[in-house]
Design a protein around this ligand. Structure first.
Ligand code: GRG
Length: 301
């Protein structure tokens, strides 16, 4: 099967998993669950859940083993997008090709839908831990939950977003930019790949190697995001382009150039694929994970 078909099939699997775990829009609080579903089911590439599933497969597990964590991570990622689009942050009107959640449901409901998604992610993961059939599965699930919590929190995505918000309108050094990117974008990608490996019972050394691969992929992914904001197609991206320039944001494109930034993406991606090959020596993959990492880095949307 060609990569695009396989990727589309895996995205469909994630959609099914999300439908299975998403909260039902009912009861007096229906508006918030509706807003949560509006953002969660709006499409999106589903990269992070697929990364969990694929890393789980790499070490001998399956999408079924990883399903609650795949759903939870997409909820965490979606909450971050909903909050990032709010007027207090980036004030964006379009996301995933649709009006943003706060544009449709109002600002207060945008805040609550994000809160709801974040909290629901933990409800789903905690249920998976407590429902584990045996001690080993419970320990692996608890380990995956611990990694995802840390990578989403103040030592991960929230920490990176904090420094990003504080840096607005100021000159930003390369070191600060790298800190922001490693935490704001890289941390969830690291968490995804590590959680998948942990769920399948990978060793500590293997999880550390996976974290290293993911950190390169995360940085390359964010630099590509900078490039797309400068030269991408807003229709294909499903969001406006040029917002970094409009907001006078420092990015790899402003510190370097589109050409130099593209070269860095290439170098990072080559290094990550080499590392993946060394991990795959003990666990031969079917090539999909490598193709996915390359797609993430060289994507046009
Ligand atoms: C509000 C705590 C908090 C964090 C916000 C996600 C985020 C942090 C900010 C969004 C802006 C941004 C450029 C983030 C970098 C990561 C990134 C490129 C997110 C978009 O992820 P995709 O491309 O989106 O995987 P889809 O819609 O495909 O899921």
């Amino acid at each position: 099967m060609i990569f695009e078909q396989e990727f589309a099939e895996k995205q469909r699997q994630v959609e099914d998993i999300l439908r299975q775990y998403a909260p039902a829009p009912s009861g007096m609080q229906k508006t918030v669950t509706e807003a949560m579903n509006y953002s969660l089911m709006a499409g999106g590439k589903r990269l992070r859940p697929i990364l969990i599933g694929e890393c789980c497969r790499l070490f001998g597990g399956s999408y079924e083993d990883a399903a609650p964590f795949m759903a939870a991570l997409e909820m965490i990622h979606t909450y971050s997008l909903v909050h990032d689009d709010l007027p207090a942050m980036d004030d964006d009107d379009t996301r995933r090709g649709r009006p943003t959640t706060h544009v449709v449901y109002g600002e207060a409901m945008g805040v609550l839908a994000g809160d709801g998604l974040l909290n629901y992610a933990y409800e789903v993961m905690a249920a998976a831990v407590s429902e584990a059939a045996d001690g080993q599965t419970m320990a692996r699930r608890a380990g995956a939950m611990a990694v995802l919590s840390r990578k989403a929190g103040v030592y991960g995505m929230v920490g990176g977003q904090t420094v990003d918000v504080e840096s607005e309108g100021k000159p930003v050094s390369k070191d600060t930019l790298d800190f922001i990117y490693a935490l704001k974008t890289g941390a969830l990608i690291e968490g995804a790949m590590m959680a998948g490996a942990i769920l399948a019972g990978a060793s500590e050394e293997e999880v550390a190697a996976v974290e290293k691969i993911a950190s390169g992929v995360g940085l390359a992914f964010q630099i590509q995001d900078d490039i797309l904001d400068e030269v991408g197609d807003s229709k294909e991206l499903g969001k406006p382009v040029g917002s970094d320039r409009k907001n006078e944001k420092t990015t790899y494109v402003t510190l370097y150039s589109v050409e130099e930034a593209s070269r860095m993406v290439e170098e990072l991606s080559n290094r990550s694929v080499e590392l993946l090959h060394s991990v795959e020596e003990g666990h031969p993959g079917d090539g999909f994970l490598e193709a996915l990492l390359l797609y993430l880095i060289h994507r046009k949307k």
